[in-house]
Design a protein around this ligand. Structure first.
Ligand code: HEC
Length: 261
């Protein structure tokens, strides 16, 4: 009896700390909720990446040909939409931006994104791409980011998302004019814990923008380990085989034990 009381007390204490920890990051981190087996999402993600990211970032471990094959993109569409001008479909996906210029322009070369979904995690990238906000103090880009404060990357998706503003209350570094506390209605920026309020408008709704980013993140997760698609479909066959084998084993057992009884 006593141990269980202690147990409950410990549990409550633990829940208390967990709750406090959540309060500290103001709850702005969200899971990406991308689905690696969702082929249309991966295809859209590939399109997004080529259109909005590949100018600066490369995927130097991924070939166009492999990508098109894995994502079931026809040769025609591959050459029309994926392969960059001047590249061959057997090439790796490299950015045409010279590293020296990039360093000069951004103060930092845009890193290769082949392995980022593994080094950072899909959730991290999702939060990175959804937490750009207007920050006049950032003279280079005019924006800042919750996931990577002080980032050198401009908000390259601002035409789609717009440029949100940080609510004064939800982030310590912006707590200056906190007297508006609580007056802000939630929502608008897509989810109730959002630390943002709408700023300059973009062409997508918050929900559409989340989906755009989700597809892009999904694609980057695929790119970080192209064999995972194969493994998934192989897994289905392995399970089917095991089920079938169980059935056969069961029939065999029945057959063998028939005469014993
Ligand atoms: C105009 C050039 C440019 C474009 C276009 C661009 N980025 Fe970046 N990106 C950068 C730079 C520069 C950095 C380095 C930022 C830093 O470390 O502060 C970066 C960093 C990143 C990082 C962080 C990597 C890490 O591990 O630190 C991710 C993830 C990323 N970009 C994803 C994307 C995606 C996805 C797109 C397309 C939607 C994109 N970027 C488009 C310039 C760009």
């Amino acid at each position: 009896m006593r141990t269980s009381t202690y147990g409950i007390v410990a549990l409550l204490a633990f829940a208390g700390t967990a709750f406090a920890a959540e309060g500290n990051n103001a709850g702005w981190e969200r899971p990406a909720e991308n689905q690696i087996a969702n082929l249309p999402s991966l295809q859209r993600g590939a399109r997004n990446f080529m259109a909005y990211c590949s100018g600066c970032h490369s995927l130097k471990f991924v070939r166009y040909s492999r990508l098109a094959e894995d994502l079931k993109i026809s040769d025609e569409l591959r050459d029309q939409l994926l392969v960059k001008p001047g590249a061959k479909f057997t090439d790796y996906i490299v950015s045409s931006m010279p590293e020296k210029d990039a360093t000069e322009w951004f103060g930092k070369a845009p890193p290769d994104l082949s392995l980022t979904a593994r080094s950072r995690s899909p959730d991290w990238i999702f939060n990175f791409l959804t937490t750009f906000y207007a920050d006049p103090a950032s003279r280079q880009t005019g924006v800042n980011n919750l996931q990577l404060p002080g980032t050198a990357m401009p908000h390259v998706l601002s035409s789609l998302q717009g440029v949100p503003r940080l609510k004064a209350v939800s982030h310590e570094s912006a707590a200056a004019g906190a007297d508006r506390a609580g007056a802000e209605p939630a929502g608008e920026s897509g989810h109730s814990n959002s630390p943002f309020e709408p700023g300059a408008q973009g062409s997508l709704t918050p929900e559409q923008y989340d989906n755009f980013v989700r597809d892009t993140v999904n694609f980057l997760q695929y790119a970080s380990d192209p064999t995972q698609l194969e493994r998934q479909s192989l897994g289905v066959w392995v399970v089917l085989f095991l089920l079938m084998f169980t059935g056969i084993a069961f029939l065999l057992k029945k057959e063998y034990w028939k005469d014993v009884r």
